[in-house]
Design a protein around this ligand. Structure first.
Ligand SMILES: O=C(O)CCC(=O)C(=O)O
Ligand SMILES: [Mn+2]
Length: 201
């Protein structure tokens, strides 16, 4: 049975075995092979950096997403990311039109502290984050640290993290580097973004 654990009331929920082991193994292999991975160039204060992970953006044709100084045009859905999308939509009762995929090749790959607050996501977005492969530590950092401490969650193979409500206003999040010998990890964040009409872009 899938069991949800509330991490932060109204904001953050984890389901550890959202996918079974065999399901998660099959989905990892399919997504690793089929996603259109690329090295993302991030622009910070006018300087360009290559992000310490590979990324891919898939979704409906109009799900155009300006993110980290780059405009991402979606590649199409394929069976494995569509299968997880349908499962997450049914579980959360929320529709998603796109997914950002991150491939952490080893412990050196990471995600810096940020929140997902682009205006295209709306005021209080619901984001479904599914992890496959190596377990990595996910850290929630309070925006207003008064009386609140960081929260560490180990996101394992087949887990689902739901961020909703004011989670992007009250918390930043990161996946720090680790010196532990860890294998590859894929993270998928399903989002619903206000699309751009392709005829007028
Ligand atoms: O890899 C993760 O668990 C987090 C990914 C993330 O925060 C993002 O894609 O915005
Ligand atoms: Mn994020």
């Amino acid at each position: 049975m899938t069991q949800a654990t509330t991490i932060i009331p109204d904001e953050c929920i984890v389901v550890n075995r959202f996918l079974t082991g065999p399901e998660a193994d099959r989905l990892f292999d399919g997504i690793r092979a089929k996603a259109r991975w690329k090295k993302q160039v991030i622009r910070i204060f006018g300087k360009e950096y290559v992000s310490p992970r590979l990324v891919a953006w898939h979704g409906d044709g109009n799900a155009v997403y300006p993110y980290s100084g780059t405009t991402h045009f979606p590649k199409p859905w394929f069976a494995e990311i569509q299968e997880i999308r349908e499962k997450a939509e049914a579980f959360i009762d929320t529709a998603f039109n796109s997914v950002l995929l991150n491939l952490y090749r080893n412990g050196n790959d990471s995600m810096g502290r940020h929140c997902d607050d682009e205006k295209e996501l709306g005021a209080e977005p619901t984001i479904a984050s599914v992890s496959l492969g190596a377990k990595r530590r996910f850290v929630l950092h309070p925006v207003n640290p008064a009386g609140r401490r960081g929260i560490h969650i180990d996101l394992g193979h087949g887990s689902l993290l739901i961020m909703k409500g004011k989670s992007q206003q009250n918390w930043k999040h990161s996946v720090p580097r680790t010196t532990l010998p860890v294998g590859q990890r894929i993270n998928l964040t399903y989002r619903n973004i206000t699309g751009r009409d392709p005829a007028h872009s």
